[in-house]
Design a protein around this ligand. Structure first.
Ligand SMILES: Cc1ncc(COP(=O)(O)O)c(C=O)c1O
Length: 389
């Protein structure tokens, strides 16, 4: 390996949200979705160059930044993006909120599939809209529970539609269940949205983190570009969410105009450092991304192996196709607050409840860390599980 993912800087005492939560306590933070790895060398060099320039006025992307983005999507996903379709944003959560504002009115309903990243349900609420969670179905019949499959409950989805439904928020790949939606499913989602006159908002922030070479991301825009808002960012892949650089891609001019109008005066510009980092990430960091995927695949396999052999009480119910997030079923522990229990044994996880899950059912583990940190966290989790027996 050319890049060293085993060695991670000490983030204690820094501005890291992930590590600050447990300041002064011996708790390994495996919660919020950023990784402990240093960003690609090309990104760091680009930031150095930009800082050395020394002037930090209001920024707009240069031609080369836009070309880096469009070239990456053309190469990876066969998607030819017209630069005019791109609306830069300081974050994707911001994009979900702007979509809610732009595409619905107060009291209107926004669908999503749950469990899901909490802003999918909080964004509609923030904007006076009503989130309508439709539970995914875990198919486990005729297969061992560890190789189940999360599926869309199409009947439940149909039943969830009312005259007030306006938008469908899709998470693709889906956080926290780490599922990559397949073309047949995407076609059916697009057809469902068209039939009910819904705007489809596809959050594809994790699309560059497909773990297995045999699997691939099909961008929703290739399936159905109409009435579609795609949300993207280099932030998860290149570990730069603190630089606040994301974008919406909206081919439909009328929809794009509505989106821009809803954001006007509220959503700030992306910062100069973010543009520099974004360009270097998409254009110059592909070898790093490929090695990252190998490392994350190794972490995932290590995690699954340790759980299966040593901590069978913690079950990953379906394959982890993408992301560096594992959704662990902890019901066997019979605890109402599993996260507090793991914290008391030195591991900080995300509770399932904000993802629209029942208390005590799931926790989410972030394996975007060194193998050594993951191994130590699992050792502590094994002790935690034994203590709960
Ligand atoms: C699906 C999804 N969307 C958006 C975000 C966050 O986006 P941002 O930090 O750009 O607001 C995350 C972070 O974990 C995520 O998993």
């Amino acid at each position: 390996m050319k890049f060293d993912f085993d060695t991670t800087p000490d983030r204690r005492g820094t501005d890291s949200q992930k590590w600050q939560r447990y300041r002064g306590r011996d708790i390994l933070p495996l919660w919020v979705a950023d990784m402990d790895f240093v960003s690609p060398p090309a990104v760091i060099e680009a930031l150095h160059r930009r800082v050395d320039h020394g002037v930090f006025g209001y920024a707009r992307p240069t031609k080369s930044t836009i070309e880096a983005v469009t070239a990456a999507f053309e190469t990876r996903y066969g998607w030819a993006i017209d630069p005019a379709w791109i609306v830069w944003l300081p974050g994707l959560v911001c994009g979900l909120n702007v979509t809610a504002l732009a595409c619905s009115s107060a009291g209107d309903e926004i669908l999503c599939l749950t469990p899901v990243y909490p802003p999918f349900t909080s964004a509609p609420g923030n904007q006076g809209r009503v989130p309508v969670p439709v539970p995914l179905r875990l198919e486990t019949e005729a297969v061992p529970a560890t190789t189940g499959r999360w599926l869309i409950d199409w009947d439940a989805l149909e039943h969830a539609v009312t005259p007030r439904t306006r938008v469908f928020f899709l998470c693709h790949p889906h956080n926290p269940i780490a599922r990559v939606w397949q073309t047949e499913e995407l076609v059916r989602i697009a057809e469902f949205c068209a039939r009910h006159g819904l705007v489809l908002c596809s959050d594809e922030i994790h699309c560059d983190l497909i773990l297995d070479p045999g699997n691939r991301h099909v961008t929703m825009a290739k399936v159905s570009p109409d009435r579609l808002i795609t949300l993207m960012a280099p932030s998860k892949t290149y570990n730069m969410p603190g630089l606040g650089t994301s974008f919406a891609i909206i081919a439909d001019p009328a929809l794009r105009a509505r989106f821009i109008r809803a954001a006007a005066g509220i959503v700030p510009e992306v910062n100069a450092l973010g543009y520099a980092a974004c360009e270097a990430a998409y254009r110059d960091s592909e070898p790093w991304r490929q090695e990252l995927l190998t490392y994350l695949r190794g972490n995932r396999d290590f995690l699954l192996d340790v759980l299966a052999r040593e901590i069978p009480e913690l079950r990953v119910e379906a394959p982890i196709d993408a992301t560096y997030l594992a959704w662990l079923n902890v019901t066997a522990m019979r605890l109402s607050k599993p996260v507090s229990h793991f914290e008391s044994h030195g591991v900080g996880l995300s509770d399932g409840v904000p993802f629209v899950d029942s208390p005590g059912r799931h926790v989410r583990l972030n394996f975007g860390c060194s193998r050594a940190t993951l191994a130590e966290a699992l050792r502590r989790m094994k002790t935690a599980v034994s203590a709960a027996r």
